[in-house]
Design a protein around this ligand. Sequence first.
Ligand code: ZN
Length: 243
Amino acid sequence: MPANRPAIPRELDRRVRVEAGHRCAIPHCRMPVLVIAHIRPWATVKRHEFENLVALCPNCHTLFDRGDIDRKSMLHYKGRLSPFSPYALAEHPDHIDLLAAYQKFRVFIDMWLDAARAFSAAKQQGAGADEGRRVFRTTGDAAMKASHARLYLAAESPPPVAKAADQIMNAAVWSACTTMGMPVPAEFLHLKPATDDLPALWADLEHEIHEVLNAPARKKVKLMPQRPHYVDELDEGQRQRFA
Ligand SMILES: [Zn+2]
């Protein structure tokens, strides 16, 4: 590492590792020993930015340095890591519903907070009552859709995912109300999030989703036909049915 190159900030380093599920970003490698690499070289960009960083194992890092894996391929592999990427759906057919629910949740939370900012801007610019009502309705619609998406996400996922999604929901309620200059609804008053750092909360949720995606596939349990305990008493023909 060049002497004048600052270390990657801890939070950014964590985000990059979480993005890759703490495994090498090269599909079919997925080694759990990691270094963080710059996709466009540090010498050119002289900045640590999430979009330009990728988690690799030392072997794949060497292959990348030598050009055996070129930059275009690396950008492609980085793109595959995003739970927004269609690859994520294709690579995890067992979790399509969970990933789709996550994507929906993310889109509607973003829409909601955008609408809250638009409402605040309209108010500051002294927009007419009609315009105010229209923007206010937009925030309500987006909030409702985000809330439905959260329920759907909770239905498709184990408790840690649902819990992380709740944190985002609560942070969004508090953020939207603060932005719009409105009181926080009574049912959310005792749910003030520990942090209003939404990128960190999304990173937590993505971490939990990666845990689900990377969990070993559950053993398929053969339910029918059951092998009865008296199978040894059956004749050969009957026994075949339970083989
Ligand atoms: Zn690797």
